[in-house]
Ligand binder design. Structure first.
Ligand SMILES: [Ca+2]
Length: 138
């Protein structure tokens, strides 16, 4: 289940370091607080694994970017998220693609809540077709 336990401490430190370097603006902080609220968490320092699951569900159902997910948990670290909860989050593989959240946000740069298939690039074929085909409807 746990993919790389020997690195979890390093990953936690990495996130903590990232948190120190960040200066989130008010807009970000507002998004964060929406997520805490939606997940029903009032005190980050008393978070449990169940709470962590809920934050991941909320992030997963929102259209959060990788950067946002990283920033969100970095801010949580700053606000005292318990280390065992952080480790749980970092080790989680919500999308079941075999890569942990930590691997996805630090190494792959992929969405930790969506399985990725990098070999399947979206086709651009019809964008050209569409532009030739516009209609003046207004
Ligand atoms: Ca994954």
């Amino acid at each position: 289940m746990i993919a790389m336990p020997e690195n979890i401490e390093a990953q936690s430190q990495e996130l903590a370091k990232f948190a120190q370097e960040q200066n989130f603006d008010d807009r970000y902080l507002e998004y964060f607080s929406d997520i805490w609220q939606e997940a029903g968490i009032k005190d980050i320092s008393k978070m449990t694994i169940v709470d962590a699951e809920r934050t991941m569900q909320v992030l997963s159902s929102s259209e959060a970017s990788v950067e946002f997910v990283k920033a969100f948990y970095a801010q949580a670290v700053r606000q005292g998220m318990p280390s065992q909860v952080l480790e749980y989050v970092l080790n989680s593989d919500t999308d079941g693609d075999g890569r942990t959240l930590a691997q996805e946000i630090f190494v792959d740069g992929t969405d930790p809540f969506e399985p990725d298939s990098p070999d399947v690039a979206p086709t651009r074929e019809h964008s050209r077709h569409q532009s030739q085909n516009f209609e003046l409807e207004i």
